[in-house]
Ligand binder design. Sequence first.
Ligand code: NDP
Length: 366
Amino acid sequence: MRDVKIYRESDVPDMSILDGKIVAFIGYGNQGRSQALNLRDHGVNVIVGNISDSYRERANLDGFETFDIPEAIKRADVIFLLIPDEIQCDVYKTSIFPFLKSGSALVFAHGYNIAFNFIIPPKDIDLLIIAPRMIGIGVRECYLNGEGYFSFIGVGQNGTGKAQEILLALTKGVGGLTKGALETNFKEETVLDLFTEQGFGPASSSMLMKPMDILLEFGIPAEAILIEMILSGKMKYTFNGIRDFGVINGIKTMEDRSQYGILSRTIRYDKIFREISEIQKPILQYIEDGGFAEEWEKKLTKLKFKVIKFFASRVGFGRLETKVRKSLQMPEVDLWAETPYPTEEEIIRKQEIKQKLEDFQKYPEF
Ligand code: NDP
């Protein structure tokens, strides 16, 4: 295992390397908006590149100068490419590469397209990764409330000889040093991200769904099972406990009977988890080798994906969940609907609620 380097605010006393530079955010969505606002709050000259639509309108309302993407690239010294990964290659080819200045810096928030060589930038630019381990809204919220968020950062290419210095100044600017930025590289960040989805994701959701079959067979109504295991939101507190105290210490926050039940039964799963590891290892290897990226590019995969998605909510557990949500009069969820932007008032309100909850958790002094 390699030694890990973690950067914090104290490692970057100033951001003067960015003086006089123009930073263009290409994309003003989840990450783009939050990071652009955080960086501007640090006094950096930020512009936004986007086609003319609601995202650009939002950037204008937030007080940014906005341009079409090629024009923003021409003006910029630093470019944050914060559009969905699937379209980055096309946009890079048509609207970025032809206008890219020698000596500029190109920043990604996820390593995928660089790690698997879908985008190969010219040698005379800095290539940087600043990947927040946080959703877009959280990047702004955690910056505003001073909590910070973890990020993975690294230099993929040092075209100017100053890439590391620029990387750290930008990371500080987007609020990524408050909690800590861990040094990584494009490939490692990507492999870790994909494996968490493909290794941990299916295993953990199966572990959630399978016990429900047993309970159903046992005669307990589906509504009761889903409320207990998912809809009550108890799980959220369990995961928060794990985040705040760790897996083992998190268990200690429970009452003794629960602790004993969990710890004494965990051992029974040892054999099955060794088998699960044998499924997970080739998944990891396939990601690392680029096999998954190659698979995802195929037209046939897109068709397969459509079919899987179609059936996912119509058979088995998906169907049961839809039925239960209806019976509990819960709103139908449209996963493809756009998440509305939180307004500044909503962010402030959220902070007020958070403060009230913190006060609630404090014990009164007697
Ligand atoms: P979004 O889906 O929020 O990006 C939306 C932006 O992309 C909008 O400005 C939109 O503008 C623009 N866009 C969409 N289609 C096109 C197009 N065809 N041409 C030009 N611009 C387009 O992306 P995210 O912020 O979620 O992700 C950005 C990057 O951040 C990705 O690399 C992602 O992996 C990474 N990341 C995301 C995290 C997250 O929590 N979401 C966490 C960490 C990293 P318009 O539609 O007007 O063109």
